[in-house]
Design a protein around this ligand. Structure first.
Ligand SMILES: C[S@@+](CC[C@H](N)C(=O)[O-])C[C@H]1O[C@@H](n2cnc3c(N)ncnc32)[C@H](O)[C@@H]1O
Length: 120
């Protein structure tokens, strides 16, 4: 594993097999999230993978920690927590396809996506 410092809005990302974004996308609006994901995708030719680790909003109603975090993100960063379908939409816009979403024993889930081979 290599760690590469840089500004994901300005700097070219290094080419790699696997990228990891943990609690990054939830800091940002949909528009900025797609910009970040597109910057990763530009450096990630198929079959590169991207793991997004976030607290996902449940598709069904009811109490969940993610809804509190959602309000905090909106107030603090202008970002938001998202459902699996909302992550799939952002990822699709950036040129990734979601392969699976894995819950963990923690509040976090792992959204696993692969570079869309039909888009270069
Ligand atoms: C909520 S923290 C998550 C940190 C770490 N991934 C974790 O899970 O503990 C969000 C991270 O995004 C980084 N960040 C914010 N703007 C950035 C930018 N333009 N380019 C690269 N990283 C940025 C911050 O420095 C911070 O480390």
């Amino acid at each position: 594993m290599q760690l590469a410092a840089g500004d994901f809005f300005r700097d070219q990302r290094p080419t790699a097999d696997l990228y990891l974004l943990m609690e990054v996308i939830h800091d940002w609006s949909d528009e900025d999230a797609v910009r970040i994901l597109t910057a990763v995708r530009r450096a990630a030719p198929p079959p590169a993978r991207l793991l997004i680790i976030e607290t996902l909003v449940a598709e069904t109603s009811g109490p969940h920690m993610s809804t509190l975090l959602d309000v905090l993100m909106m107030a603090i960063t202008g970002g938001r927590e998202r459902t699996p379908a909302e992550y799939a939409s952002l990822l699709r816009q950036a040129g990734f396809v979601v392969e699976r979403v894995s819950p963990t024993t923690s509040p976090y889930s792992i959204v696993e996506a692969v570079s869309d081979a039909t888009r270069g």
